[in-house]
Design a protein around this ligand. Structure first.
Ligand SMILES: Cc1cc2nc3c(=O)[nH]c(=O)nc-3n(C[C@H](O)[C@H](O)[C@H](O)COP(=O)(O)OP(=O)(O)OC[C@H]3O[C@@H](n4cnc5c(N)ncnc54)[C@H](O)[C@@H]3O)c2cc1C
Length: 132
């Protein structure tokens, strides 16, 4: 469980750094921000849950800081948009991209490079429009 927590925390950090880097570079990163919010809030809940489990019964008493952390991180999955709502919004974007891709193909517009990357999924090219 300690190793699982370490892996969750490290991958969270990478997700956040990647999103922060995109924003620093002037990309809009709306999709990546949503992904970071969902991935990190779900992971931190799992991390806190494992900490409670490691401590056993003591983990759910008021005497431990872990009990308080577990209660507080539960909220992360709800505020600033519940996880499922972020997923719904991402799915909408994917469907829109797929429709655009299909329409372009029907019209015979060749999608190459960035346009192709944008149409088929998440990548840095997804957010290649500058902020503002
Ligand atoms: C401690 C705390 C602090 C907050 N601070 C702020 C703040 O500073 N500023 C602010 O503006 N708001 C704040 N909020 C409000 C917070 O953003 C909302 O609670 C959050 O957006 C969820 O809205 P809701 O509570 O109305 O739940 P609902 O939107 O009613 O959602 C309830 C459940 O239904 C699910 N659901 C809803 N729609 C869909 C859908 N389309 N598809 C699938 N599932 C769906 C959700 O996943 C969720 O599990 C805060 C909330 C809390 C608890």
């Amino acid at each position: 469980m300690l190793a699982d927590n370490d892996m969750d925390l490290r991958t969270n950090r990478l997700t956040i750094w990647h999103t922060a880097w995109l924003l620093d570079e002037g990309h809009r990163a709306g999709a990546e921000s949503s992904i970071a919010k969902v991935v990190c809030s779900e992971a931190i809940y799992r991390v806190a849950d494992r900490c409670v489990q490691v401590l056993g019964g003591q983990g759910i008493t008021n005497d431990t800081l872990v009990e308080r952390i577990f209660r507080e991180v539960r909220g992360f999955r709800i505020y600033d948009g519940p996880s499922k709502v972020h997923c719904w919004s991402l799915a909408q974007k994917l469907v829109k991209r797929a429709r655009t891709f299909k329409r372009r193909r029907r019209l015979g517009v060749r999608a190459t490079g960035h346009a192709q990357s944008r149409a088929i999924g998440w990548s840095v090219h997804w957010t290649d429009r500058p902020a503002g």
